[in-house]
Design a protein around this ligand. Structure first.
Ligand code: HSE
Length: 420
């Protein structure tokens, strides 16, 4: 397709972002694109657009020969998967923002787009308005990526920011919902799934790693305790939900989504509300920081519009790192400095730690700081216990090799007389 060929869009969904795209396209004449039909689920809902634009029959979009681009902005990941794969099979290219669907089916979606020679763009699926996928794909093509870490979920960052300012959790979550930041099932946000889905997509574009989201070490913000917040305040730290992918000296990648203590000299410290921020560290460029709104109607629409425009230039992700067969893979062979809080000593097995450097108690809550292998953390029953909160310390990752060289020995708490 030549640039400036008129794009006739079949739009799925008219929610927060779908309606945003409808409004924005009307005001973006430079992009010769218009929406021909919108497929929606509930025809009776009142919408601010002509009734003849809408249909509930998705074949009307997929099989309309005049529609040359499908823009999929629905909430339901199962339906979205059907729409996208049917569109590919009908030879239609797709722009989507459905991170859950993309993360769960990426290998198959990559295969299908090649088979049917179509383009599939989804910049809006990760970090809203921040062009992180295209940068990882194009700009960081050859410079060796070492670390990618950041705040990739707007809702949880909004909630943590508001709680820091004194609002309670449910009121903050309610606001995130009202402002259109949260998923319709906000458990996806607060339990860290949304961030994990986004990290899964980043892993493919940064390192050519195909992984199911479930393989990523994850904990959301629901377990954070007021005592954790008090500790952070006292130490001048902030708690942020951070998605991280770090290349280890083995060439393998440590990936996790966990709350982290962020120090005031980190760029992530100042990322507030629904903003996202991603730090990319490479061999040559050293450190770069991407910052922008990660959720909400217009920031997300800006990424969708950019994909529509990129499609008009025949842009496709080439999945360069996947094609290069780089041998990167995920690993749990690393250690993390963590801060753990829990109701009573019996909840957590201290012997899972390589060392415990500090512990203290407040009425009804116990706290320890220690070093633990990711493998053990992932397997520990207590890590999956609702009453246990785990926060990564600013020291973060220790590589297995470093640990062996330093010969860190397990530090027993027995001598200290703690009844673990
Ligand atoms: N629920 C998501 C978030 C929306 O809060 O980041 C944007 O992906």
């Amino acid at each position: 397709m030549q640039h400036n060929t008129e794009l006739n869009i079949g739009l799925f969904g008219f929610g927060v972002v779908g309606e945003g795209i409808y409004q924005v396209l009307k005001g973006t004449p430079s992009l010769q694109a218009s929406i021909k039909k919108v497929c929606i689920k509930h025809p009776d809902k009142k919408r601010d657009a002509p009734a003849e634009l809408f249909t509930t029959n998705y074949d009307e979009l997929i099989h309309d020969p005049e529609i040359n681009l499908i823009v999929e902005l629905i909430d339901d990941a199962v339906e979205a998967y059907k729409i996208v794969t049917t569109a590919f099979r009908a030879g239609k290219s797709v722009v989507s923002a459905n991170k859950k669907m993309i993360a769960e089916h990426l290998p198959e979606l990559i295969e299908l787009q090649h088979q049917h020679n179509v383009s599939f763009l989804y910049e809006a699926a990760v970090c809203g308005s921040i062009p992180i996928i295209r940068n990882l794909e194009e700009y960081f093509d050859n410079d060796l990526l070492q670390n990618i870490y950041g705040i990739v979920n707007g809702s949880t960052n909004y909630i943590l920011t508001k709680m820091d300012a004194g609002l309670n959790y449910s009121a903050a979550l309610q606001e995130a919902k009202q402002k259109g930041f949260a998923e319709s099932n906000p458990a996806l946000d607060v339990e860290g799934w949304d961030a994990t889905n986004k990290l899964t997509i980043l892993l493919a574009h940064a390192h050519g790693i195909k992984t199911p989201p479930s393989a990523v070490l994850r904990q959301g913000i629901t377990r954070l305790h007021e005592g954790d917040a008090a500790y952070a305040k006292e130490k001048g730290l902030k708690i942020k939900l951070v998605a991280q992918a770090s290349k280890l000296s083995s060439g393998k990648v440590a990936a996790f989504v966990l709350p982290q203590f962020v120090t005031s000299d980190s760029q992530l410290f100042t990322v507030s509300n629904e903003y996202n921020g991603v730090i990319v560290e490479t061999k040559l460029a050293d450190k770069q920081f991407f910052y922008g709104k990660g959720a909400g109607r217009y920031p997300t629409s800006s990424a969708v519009i950019s994909d529509i425009s990129a499609f008009s230039y025949e842009y496709r992700y080439e999945y360069k790192k996947l094609k290069r067969n780089e041998t990167a893979a995920l690993t749990y062979a690393f250690y993390l400095h963590v801060f753990v809080s829990f109701p009573e000593w019996a909840t957590v097995n201290k012997w899972d730690f390589e060392e415990v450097t500090e512990y203290h108690s407040t009425p009804g809550r116990q706290y320890l700081k220690g070093l633990i292998s990711a493998e053990k953390l992932r397997a520990a029953d207590w890590f999956h216990n609702e009453s246990v909160s785990v926060i990564v310390q600013p020291e973060g990752i220790v590589e297995k090799e470093a640990l062996v060289h330093k010969s860190i020995k397990k530090v027993s708490l027995q001598l200290a007389g703690v009844g673990l």
